[in-house]
Design a protein around this ligand. Structure first.
Ligand code: URA
Length: 212
C-alpha cells in the first residue's frame, strides 16, 4: 500500500501572528519596536505584499498606515477595491532603519533578510490561499517569486504563481513609496495613474472571479 502523503493543515492567522511576534530569524527584531504582521480577512481573495514596515507601521504594529499607506488606500479606492476585503502584508516584517537625529531612516532589506522572513509569507499564503498576490516593489517581487524579478519587465499582467497552486496568480507593480519619492508633479501624476491602472487589473480579476 502506498503511504499517504499528508500536506500540513493550513495554520490560523492568529497562531501565525502570535508566533511571528517572537521571530528571531534575522537580526532586525533587535532595533524594531515589534513584528508587523499582515492584516486582513483570513480568506481574502487578494493579498497585497509590500517591502517592510516603515516608521509609523513599526510604532502602530499595522502594515501600511503611514504615508505610503495613504497612497495605497487612495489607489485601491480609485480602482474599486475595498481595503478591508484584502489582506495586506510585507515581505519583511520588522522595520529596518538607521537613526539620524530624531528620525529613523528606512533601509532597504538585504537578500538574506528577505529570505529569513520568507517563511512567514509562505505560511500566510498557505493560510489565506488568495486568488491573486500583488507584489508592490522590488523587495516584494523578490520574495513572492523567490528571485530577483524586475518590475518594469513584469508589471501590469497576471503571472501564474506556481508555488501557490495553479489557481493563484500574481501581479507585479511599483511600491507606493516610489510614487512619493518622484521629484516632480508630472512624473508623480503619471506613475500614480499607472499604479491605479495595475490595481484596476486586480479589480477586474476579482470581478471575473466573482462572476465565474
Ligand atoms: N512600506 C511598506 O512596504 N510597508 C508598509 O507597511 C509601509 C511602508
Amino acid at each position: 500500500m502506498q503511504p499517504t502523503v499528508r500536506t500540513p493543515a493550513p495554520e490560523s492567522l492568529a497562531a501565525l501572528r502570535a508566533e511571528a511576534a517572537h521571530c528571531r530569524a534575522c537580526h532586525l527584531w533587535k532595533d524594531a519596536t515589534q513584528t508587523v504582521f499582515g492584516e486582513g480577512p483570513s480568506h481574502a481573495p487578494i493579498m497585497l505584499v509590500g517591502e517592510q514596515p516603515g516608521d509609523k507601521e513599526d510604532l502602530a504594529g499595522k502594515p501600511f498606515v503611514g504615508p505610503a499607506g495613504q497612497v495605497l488606500n487612495r489607489a485601491l479606492e480609485e480602482a474599486g477595491i475595498d481595503r478591508d476585503k484584502v489582506y495586506v502584508t510585507n515581505a519583511v516584517k520588522h522595520f529596518k532603519f538607521v537613526p539620524r537625529g530624531k528620525f529613523r531612516l528606512h533601509q532597504k532589506p538585504t537578500t538574506p533578510e528577505i529570505r529569513a522572513c520568507r517563511p512567514w509569507y509562505e505560511r500566510e499564503l498557505a493560510a489565506i490561499k488568495p486568488a491573486l498576490v500583488v507584489a508592490m516593489g522590488a523587495t516584494a517581487a523578490q520574495s513572492v517569486f523567490g528571485k530577483i524579478t524586475p518590475i518594469g519587465k513584469n508589471r501590469g499582467h497576471l503571472i501564474d504563481l506556481e508555488e501557490a497552486g495553479n489557481e493563484t496568480k500574481a501581479l507585479v507593480t511599483v511600491h507606493p513609496s516610489y510614487l512619493l519619492r518622484l521629484p516632480d508633479e508630472e512624473s508623480k501624476a503619471r506613475e500614480y495613474a499607472n499604479f491605479v491602472k495595475d490595481m484596476k487589473i486586480a479589480a477586474a480579476f476579482l470581478h471575473k472571479l466573482k462572476a465565474a
